[in-house]
Write a new protein. Structure first.
Length: 133
């Protein structure tokens, strides 16, 4: 709880318009830790024993997926993203601004469409529904 309070104070969390917001785009969904839809910006909070790096933020599939959901829901606008990394061992916080290109978003979109088509062709969704009854 102490670290969460520090993060909120350090990054101005109270100034983020919406927190823990779920958005859906077709079969895709994202749950943003922080979201400012008016300014096309979202935040992702990561807590761990080791800090994230800029490279990790730039290569995060989760960030790309969240950016894709925003892109689909906002007429092709690519959002800004900030990853907040909190080290639970020492309480230090680092922020990484990371962006995605349209090409990265469309590439992920195609990969996801291919996976969904593959799953649908094998009727795995239906089998899962039957299994979970």
């Amino acid at each position: 709880i102490r670290i969460a309070k520090m993060i909120k104070e350090w990054v101005g969390w109270s100034n983020i318009p919406q927190r823990e917001q779920k958005r859906v785009a077709g079969r895709l969904q994202a749950k943003y830790d922080g979201l400012d839809e008016d300014n096309d910006h979202f935040w992702e909070l990561k807590t761990s024993k080791n800090h994230w790096t800029q490279q990790m933020a730039d290569e995060s599939d989760q960030i790309t997926m969240y950016a894709l959901v925003h892109y689909k829901n906002h007429d092709g606008i690519i959002p800004r993203a900030t990853l907040i990394s909190s080290n639970i061992n020492n309480g230090k916080i680092k922020c990484f601004e990371t962006n995605r290109s349209r090409e990265q978003l469309l590439d992920l979109d195609q990969q996801l469409c291919d996976m969904i088509e593959y799953i649908d062709s094998r009727e795995w969704w239906e089998k899962r529904k039957k299994f979970n009854k």
